[in-house]
Ligand binder design. Structure first.
Ligand SMILES: [Zn+2]
Length: 229
């Protein structure tokens, strides 16, 4: 029987959370959001991973383009994505063109509604705020604040727990965790570009997400046991 809810994308982070929940014999319901993202292909990856781990999923159609006309990840705006930036440049630049305003907040609100409706307290998100410092709704601080709001805003008998288990891990640590859990990185898709038709085109290698992913994999290979980061 389902005992938790997981926000599942096609990327490494939430896939690692899924694998870890399965390792701990949990039974997540995976919510997969089609919000009009440029990386439509990640939806297929997320669905495939839910099936691979034999857990139920629901694809939620929630177009967000109208909320953020300037967002390069929405409205077929992938041409406006940043290209070829270094990790330092990404970190220093503030909100990137790919920032989707309050995305996790929107998704978590639906997860809390479904959690209260189904009597499921535990809600999981792969938010990795340390690695993606310019996404405030990926952080442990946000998770705690959202949990407090959900607690106040639902019936007294419902006590939601918002879990961001990767919030304070480095991206390299997440990659090491993926290896430990047997997650095939080829079964995840992070590139902001398309990837919508299977079999997939190759990741572009130059968008912020590709740069961060490749740097994390390189770092994890250098120090596979997590030493000297
Ligand atoms: Zn890319």
């Amino acid at each position: 029987v389902t005992d938790c809810i997981l926000l599942l994308s096609g990327g490494i982070d939430s896939t690692v959370v899924l694998a870890d929940l399965k390792r701990r014999k949990r039974r997540p319901l995976c919510l997969i959001f089609d919000y009009g993202q440029s990386l439509q292909g990640e939806i297929q990856y997320a669905v495939a991973n839910a099936r691979r781990y034999d857990v139920p999923h629901r694809v939620v159609d929630l177009p967000l383009g109208w909320t953020a006309p300037g967002c390069a990840l929405l409205n077929d705006g992938a041409a406006g994505l940043a290209k070829g930036r270094s990790l330092n440049e990404i970190a220093a630049a503030g909100a990137p063109p790919s920032y989707v305003p309050f995305r996790n907040g929107v998704f978590l609100a639906l997860a809390v509604a479904a959690g209260e409706g189904h009597g499921i307290a535990d809600i999981y998100c792969g938010g990795n705020g340390l690695a993606s410092g310019n996404y405030p709704d990926d952080t442990a601080e946000f998770a705690a604040a959202f949990e407090a709001a959900a607690e106040v805003g639902t019936q007294p008998a419902y006590a939601p727990r918002i879990n961001f288990p990767l919030a304070t891990m480095s991206k390299a640590d997440v990659v090491r965790r993926a290896w430990f859990l047997g997650v095939e990185l080829d079964h995840t898709w992070s590139c902001y570009h398309d990837g919508r038709h299977l079999p997939m085109a190759r990741p572009c290698g130059t968008c912020d997400s590709c740069v961060q992913r490749e740097a994390a994999i390189a770092q994890a290979r250098l120090t596979p046991n997590g030493a000297s980061q």
